[in-house]
Design a protein around this ligand. Structure first.
Ligand code: MG
Ligand code: MG
Length: 241
């Protein structure tokens, strides 16, 4: 919940002219004010609290002096450690007016996450989630990033199993009740291929087309997963802007 609230706090400030480093500072302050620790800062040497990935950047973008401009999209990924437990969530925001094609990309990426959640049921396999995400994303004509995947989470940020956003039903590890995983589709408007940028972190689309990313943590349960993250705080802020 703290990650959700941090992203909602950041959401209040997303507008043309704001730098991604400014958003990062807000998030770090908010997290520390709530007696938690930013989980990404120092993780594998990552320098900041947020991953801020703009337009063709897929994930792991480093906050900088770059100022958002009208028509941008920005994926903000946030992790926290609270009482020894990790939280991890991402949301893609639009800045000002975006094109219809990009709006549709955001809509389908979020919908693909929801389809993945529906498949995160005890007794199912990880491939059932992967398949559900892929089918939804591709039904909109979009492509699924292959190189990066979701993951288990708990006392560590990344735990087994890996949760790919593409795959076949009935494959992969079986899910038991209580397994906590992050489902995080990374969906491209153009082709699926990605590149790593020279900063050693940022992943961008090879064709330079926009990419979107949403992430929830869910606890596998019988019948229906318990979604441990909510976008409600974020969307309440956005509805008032
Ligand atoms: Mg994340
Ligand atoms: Mg994650």
């Amino acid at each position: 919940m703290l990650v959700s609230k941090t992203l909602a706090e950041v959401a209040k400030h997303i507008k043309p002219g704001i730098s991604t480093l400014y958003l990062d500072g807000l998030a770090e302050e908010f997290i520390r004010d709530h007696n938690a620790v930013p989980a990404f800062k120092g993780y594998g040497g990552f320098p900041n609290t947020l991953c801020t990935s703009v337009n063709e950047e897929v994930v792991h973008g480093i906050p900088s002096s770059y100022e958002l401009k009208d028509g941008d999209i920005i994926s903000i990924d946030c992790g926290v450690i609270l009482n020894g437990w990790y939280g991890d969530s991402a949301y893609t925001f639009s800045v000002g007016e975006i094109t219809d094609a990009v709006a549709r990309l955001l809509e389908y990426t979020k919908a693909s996450l929801e389809e993945g959640v529906k498949a995160a049921v005890a007794g199912n396999r990880i491939g059932d989630i992967s398949h559900a995400v892929q089918v939804k994303a591709e039904s909109g004509g979009f492509s699924v990033v292959r190189e990066l995947v979701g993951h288990g989470i708990g006392r560590k940020l990344h735990e087994p199993p890996e949760v790919p956003n593409f795959g076949k039903q009935g494959t992969g590890p079986k899910m038991d009740k209580g397994l906590v995983i992050c489902i995080e589709p990374m969906i491209n408007l153009g082709k699926k291929e990605t590149l790593q940028m020279s900063d050693g972190w940022t992943i961008r689309t090879a064709d330079g087309m926009p990419s979107a990313h949403y992430e929830y943590a869910v606890a596998v349960n019988r019948g229906r997963a318990d979604v441990l993250t909510t976008f409600d705080f974020i969307e309440e802020v956005l509805s008032k802007m």
